[in-house]
Each structure stands twice: as structure tokens, then as C-alpha cells.
Design a protein around this ligand. Structure first.
Ligand code: NAP
Length: 291
């Protein structure tokens, strides 16, 4: 038995994978959801709004976790050139920033180790590649909220692992992969940008890294992303090809079309993660290879 692990946002994409792997590894898993639990069996489910400071404190104190993995984030909305919803993607400061502070405070009070999930969205993209010493220079509200969350977590829980990551994919289940299929099928409109570079990570690799960090002693920022840098459009073509679709049907565009600031080249340097983690961080070209 590895101990008790609290996963916030265990009904979400990364949280569910983390909960699944943790159960396999012998952790007792307490998982939180906002609207509904997921289908991961053997999780002790609890409803939680991380924006509610007292509720977070009460839940964490009652759960008595040895470690907390904080993945919960505000509801996500796709932003594209046609829908122009860029200002609202993950856009709830109370959940993303205040919520992270509440979780860090409660974990510290409970004496639990914390692995906090951060994002490359906190960078403008003007100074890539980014290593762990890079300071945030966000260009939108989501990036600013993730940067504020990091600052709170590092101040409250200096022993926490703060995991900066990039687009999270996995076997067709991510919203990014589903969006590509919708674009190709004409169920969604918009484009994938050729001028936004990311280091997509497989959800299983990231979840394994979070578990490793939960059971370890690493303190501070750690970049945990995929080994390959690709544009969103290149990524879309790889996803389409894996599904046996015509990659030429993936619509290309430029982020400038949105008329709203977006992070451009947010490549993350993963040299440190390669040294400190045993999990191998695959690149998208490898894990999306057709066939
Ligand atoms: N997805 C990416 O490509 C990506 C890239 C970089 C960083 N990240 C970071 O990775 C983490 C996980 O992302 P994800 O894609 O797995 O997210 P997701 O699938 O959208 O899941 C979000 C989770 O947060 C929960 N949640 C929403 N509002 C909440 C609230 N007020 N209080 C408590 N829980 C709440 C949701 O619960 P319900 O489902 O029950 O509503 C769900 O379990 C986030 O911190 C995100 O910022 C993601």
C-alpha cells in the first residue's frame, strides 16, 4: 500500500488517468469532481468547489491524504478563429488561481505532499525554449491565473512539486484530438495555428510523472512535457493521419487571425525531468505514429 492520494479534478482528463494509475500502483485514491464523478472504479468520490476555501480545508482534513495531486481547473472552452472565445478559455480566476492557493493551504495544514499542475500558457512565447528558471510573462487571463497559482503554491508550500506542462493528449480521448476529428469532419469550424509551438505530452506519461513526484521529495518547478515540439497544425495533421484521415483536410491558420493575444512558441526544456524522473517522456511523433 502506497498511502492515501487525493486527486483534485479526478473526473477530468488528467485527473482520471492519474487516479487510474495511482490505484494500479497501490494508492488509496480520494478523487474530487465538480459536476459528476468519472467512471474510474474504486475511487472514493467527493464533490468539491476549489473556489470555496472552507470546503477545501474541510475535505482535505477529512481525507487525511499523504499526498495531493492538484489537477482541477475551471471549465474549458475551445477557442478558435471562428468562435472567438479566446478570452474565456479556462477563464475563472477564482477556480484556477484562488483554488490552487486553497488546495496548497489545506495540503500544508494536513502535512500532505503536493504536486501542482501548471501550464506553458503562463508564457508569452517570446523567449522559448523555457527552462525551470523562466519567469511568467502571460498574455491572457488563463496564463495569468496559472502564474498566480504557481506563486501562491510556491509561497505556501515550498516543498511542493510545481509541474509545468503542455498540451495533454492520449489515445484519442483528449479534447485536442476530438477537436481535430470534428474539424476534419466539418462538425466544428476554425483553424489550427501554424505559428503556435507546443510540446504535447501523453496523458499516461504525465500522470506517471505526477505519481512519481507524489511519492518523492522533488521541490520546485519541473517541466514535464513531450520530447517533440510541433505547431498546433502539425499536431492536427499527425492526429488525422493516425485516424486514417486525410491530413490535408486539417485547416491551417495563424493566431493573429484571432485578434487577441495568445502564447506563441512555448516550448518547454525537459532536460531536468529527464534527469530526475524515471518515466520516459515520449514525443508526439512517437505516440501518435500511425498504426
Ligand atoms: N488539457 C491540456 O492540454 C492542458 C495543458 C496544460 C496544462 N493543463 C493543466 O492540466 C490540468 C488538468 O487539465 P485537464 O485537461 O485534465 O482538465 P479537465 O479535463 O477540463 O478537468 C478539469 C477538472 O476540474 C474539475 N473542476 C472544474 N471546476 C472545478 C471547481 N470549481 N472546483 C473543483 N473542481 C473543478 C472538473 O470537474 P467536473 O468535470 O466534475 O466539472 C474536472 O474534474 C489543469 O490544471 C490544466 O490547467 C492542461
Amino acid at each position: 500500500m502506497r498511502g492515501r492520494l487525493l486527486v483534485t479534478g479526478a473526473s477530468g482528463f488528467l485527473g482520471a488517468e492519474t487516479a487510474r494509475l495511482a490505484l494500479e500502483a497501490g494508492w488509496t485514491v480520494i478523487g474530487t469532481f465538480r459536476s459528476a464523478p468519472s467512471d474510474v472504479e474504486d475511487v472514493e468520490w467527493r464533490q468539491l468547489d476549489v473556489a470555496d476555501r472552507d470546503a477545501v480545508r474541510k475535505l482535505v482534513a477529512g481525507a487525511r491524504p499523504d499526498a495531493v495531486v492538484h489537477t482541477a481547473t475551471a471549465a474549458w472552452r475551445w477557442c478558435s478563429a471562428s468562435t472567438r472565445t479566446v478570452g474565456r478559455s479556462y477563464d475563472d480566476w477564482r477556480v484556477t488561481a484562488d483554488g490552487a492557493a486553497h488546495v496548497a493551504l489545506a495540503a500544508a495544514d494536513a502535512g500532505a505532499r503536493l504536486a501542482h499542475v501548471s501550464s506553458d500558457a503562463m508564457f508569452s512565447g517570446r523567449c522559448a525554449p523555457y527552462d525551470e528558471t523562466a519567469l511568467p510573462d502571460p498574455v491572457n487571463r488563463y496564463g495569468a491565473a496559472k502564474a498566480a497559482a504557481e506563486t501562491a503554491v510556491r509561497a505556501i508550500a515550498p516543498g511542493a512539486a510545481v509541474v509545468r506542462t503542455s498540451l495533454i493528449l492520449g489515445d484519442g480521448r483528449s479534447k485536442h484530438e476530438r477537436h481535430v476529428l470534428d474539424l476534419v469532419a466539418g462538425r466544428a469550424s476554425g483553424t489550427l495555428f501554424t505559428d503556435e509551438l507546443r510540446c504535447p505530452v501523453h496523458v499516461a506519461d504525465l500522470a506517471a510523472a505526477l505519481l512519481e513526484l507524489s511519492g518523492g521529495a522533488y521541490a520546485g518547478v519541473l517541466n514535464v512535457a513531450g520530447a517533440d515540439a510541433l505547431s498546433r497544425h502539425e499536431l492536427g495533421m499527425l492526429i488525422a493521419a493516425r485516424e486514417g484521415l486525410d491530413a490535408a483536410l486539417v485547416p491551417a491558420g495563424h493566431s493573429a487571425e484571432l485578434g487577441a493575444p495568445r502564447p506563441t512558441d512555448t516550448r518547454l526544456d525537459i532536460a531536468r525531468a529527464r534527469r530526475v524522473l524515471s518515466v520516459r517522456l515520449r514525443g508526439a511523433r512517437e505516440f501518435l505514429a500511425a498504426g
